[in-house]
Design a protein around this ligand. Structure first.
Ligand code: SAM
Ligand code: SF4
Length: 341
């Protein structure tokens, strides 16, 4: 039996290391219309649909975090735009933007559904989105995503630009796959006024392959780029782990997310919620808190607020990802699509 504790539902979330948790990322589905080689195995077993929180429950959970001082919500997945009726959630959450209790409602997407949704997302108060594109070559795109096509994604980018959404392109740097294309990706992104962020592969979940074959340290990429471009460190931050440079030749921003070569945990301000209501306090650790039981135990949010506070009190100092040939298992058993990248 769950007892209603004495709790201030609007007290801010401060973790044991004094970090203010102001950013929630929500994976609204573990399903996806692509099967990127670094993210999933080709034959993934997904959660039964009945295990998913409803969109109304996701709204209630996100709103409880907003009540506790979360200022930024990112909707992710899996592919968030393949979840049925997902625009309902964006519309519901946009009330917090209107009230001024939320600074940003945003999304990370593979872009495959943007032609259909870009305009409506903008109408829900979404201003900026992250679109993942690892290559600009159709054959490689197919090889990396297994099931994806490049053209609909490029059309989606165009639709997003037309709708007035600001775009950041994310690309995972992969050894022997797209390492010869980084310059092209920079010119492509910067040529359309978008930032580009490069990401190191993280050892999360079993894939049909060896991650040591994919891993490309961004320190190597950066050193190579310095032969071609002038990279100037800049203090620009988006509240995330990316460290940015300005590429003098293009005038655009280039970010590096380097969980493997540099630890970015000291300034971590975020937690991650899965589509079943499990809260992960760190992307790179297994400890998690169940928020579904307190959510469903009562219609007010007192138990939920208490469960959230107790979870934040367990937020660990940081992760310890390792990619190592001798260690055959991934550091973290769950896939990135469970907690959302
Ligand atoms: N489907 C959407 C997309 O691809 O943008 C959102 C979810 S996806 C899990 C979010 C981000 O995580 C993507 O940019 C993807 O490239 C990245 N990602 C997935 N698996 C990863 C891994 N093992 N290491 C590093 N990044 C990964
Ligand atoms: Fe799907 Fe995104 Fe994972 Fe690719 S990275 S398989 S698009 S969830």
């Amino acid at each position: 039996m769950l007892h209603a504790p004495e709790i201030d539902a609007s007290a801010p979330l401060i973790d044991p290391f004094g970090r203010h948790v102001s950013y929630l990322r929500v994976s609204v589905t573990d399903r996806c219309d692509f099967r990127c080689v670094y993210c999933m195995a080709e034959n993934m077993t997904f959660l039964p649909k009945r295990d998913l929180l409803t969109l109304e429950e996701l709204d209630r959970l996100c709103s409880a975090f907003v009540e506790k001082g979360v200022r930024k919500l990112r909707i992710t997945g899996g592919e968030p735009l393949v979840r049925k009726n997902i625009l309902w959630l964006f519309r519901a959450l946009s009330r917090h933007l209107e009230r001024g209790t939320l600074d940003e409602l945003t999304l990370t997407t593979n872009g495959s559904q943007l032609v259909r949704y870009a305009g409506e997302l903008k109408a829900c108060g979404v201003e900026r989105i992250n679109v993942s594109i690892d290559t600009l070559r159709p054959d490689r795109f197919k090889a990396i995503t297994r099931w994806g096509e490049l053209q609909p994604v490029l059309d989606g980018l165009e639709a997003a630009e037309k709708a007035g959404l600001k775009i950041k392109i994310n690309a995972v740097a992969l050894k022997d796959f797209n390492e010869d294309e980084i310059e092209e990706l920079i010119r492509f992104a910067h040529g359309r006024g978008a930032d580009l962020t490069l990401i190191e592969t993280m050892p999360m979940g079993d894939i049909d392959g060896d991650r040591t074959d994919q891993y490309l340290p961004l320190s190597v990429v950066r050193a190579r780029l310095m032969d071609r471009f002038t990279l100037e460190d800049i203090p620009y931050r988006t509240g995330g782990p990316a460290r940015y440079v300005e590429v003098k030749e293009t005038g655009g921003r280039l970010g590096f997310i380097t969980p493997m070569t540099h630890n970015f945990c000291e300034s971590c301000n975020r937690v991650r919620l899965t589509c079943t209501g499990t809260l992960y306090m760190c992307l790179g650790q297994d400890d998690a808190a169940d928020l579904r039981a307190p959510l469903r135990a009562s219609t007010d949010d007192i138990l939920l607020a208490d469960a959230i506070e107790r979870a934040i009190a367990r937020k660990p100092k940081g992760h310890d990802f390792i990619i190592d040939r001798r260690r055959q298992k991934p550091s973290i058993g769950r896939h990135m699509s469970v907690t959302g990248g």
